[in-house]
Design a protein around this ligand. Structure first.
Ligand SMILES: [Mn+2]
Length: 256
């Protein structure tokens, strides 16, 4: 935002109507922490290519390798999510993408009243009894050290995709969580579904696909951002902008 001073002697305020409007706008942006031209440009015109590289997230390479190894070995993969909007949109997103070309895949959403929040004993039993050897947990799992250890002892590996605050102990699993120690991912306020999207973005990138292959999933991320009331800044603003476009232009059967 360039504000041009008037050359009138003794004047410190804009006399030109247009100049005055720009100063109001610049003030509004500045109070939101937007302090230069490029920040203002990406605020008004989000670019999908400004999404961060998913491999900046700690654990991402290991997570992608584990998924591709599971697919090559024909392992059963279970997509496990929380029962709220963030969790169910995350399960839908990851299940939708991975099941496009892989059939040995299932999903599990715990009963809110019988099993409660997080990884349940019933959920771990379900994975063991049905020969799932890889569970991808979404929007939950970061504090479930005991249940994930029990799964591991029974041959079930976990990839935990979470955005909740990390506790003192972390589970014996591959962890994707921008809030964990040592994670240099540049944006910490993703939703749980947003973390799931970054995992899908990474798998898709390694497969040599472009963002157009996965942008139709952004309606789910957008709804999770709104429902989980995470900060509408940075990458969340880009995800929401393009998610709203998908919702309006190519409404999925689910959202219809
Ligand atoms: Mn959440």
């Amino acid at each position: 935002m360039v504000y041009q001073k008037t050359s009138q002697p003794g004047s410190c305020c804009p006399v030109d109507r247009r100049g005055g409007d720009f100063r109001v706008l610049a003030n509004v942006l500045a109070t939101r922490g937007i302090n230069d031209f490029n920040q203002a440009k990406s605020f008004f015109r989000p670019e999908i290519n400004d999404l961060h590289n998913p491999f900046l997230m700690k654990g991402m390479s290991e997570a992608v390798d584990r998924i591709e190894r599971a697919i090559k070995a024909n392992e059963n993969i279970l997509i496990y999510g929380d029962y709220d909007v963030d969790g169910t949109t995350a399960v839908t997103l990851v299940y939708d993408y991975l099941s496009r070309n892989y059939e040995q895949i299932g999903y599990y959403i715990p009963d809110r009243y019988k099993e409660g929040y997080g990884i349940s004993d019933a959920g771990v039993d379900f994975a063991i009894d049905n020969s799932f050897s890889l569970v991808i947990s979404l929007d939950c799992g970061i504090k479930e050290t005991d249940k994930i250890s029990r799964a591991k002892e029974n041959g079930v590996d976990f990839i935990v995709c979470d955005h909740h605050t990390v506790g003192e102990r972390i589970p014996d699993a591959i962890i994707l969580n921008p809030k964990q120690d040592g994670c240099n991912y540049p944006f910490k306020e993703l939703s749980g579904c947003g973390v799931g999207f970054k995992l899908v973005q990474a798998v898709s990138q390694v497969r040599g696909e472009t963002l157009t292959e996965i942008e139709n999933l952004l309606d789910l991320v957008m709804v999770s951002i709104g429902a989980d009331v995470v900060s509408m800044t940075n990458e969340n603003r880009i995800l929401t902008f393009f998610g709203l476009e998908i919702l309006n232009k190519k409404t999925s059967v689910g959202f219809q």
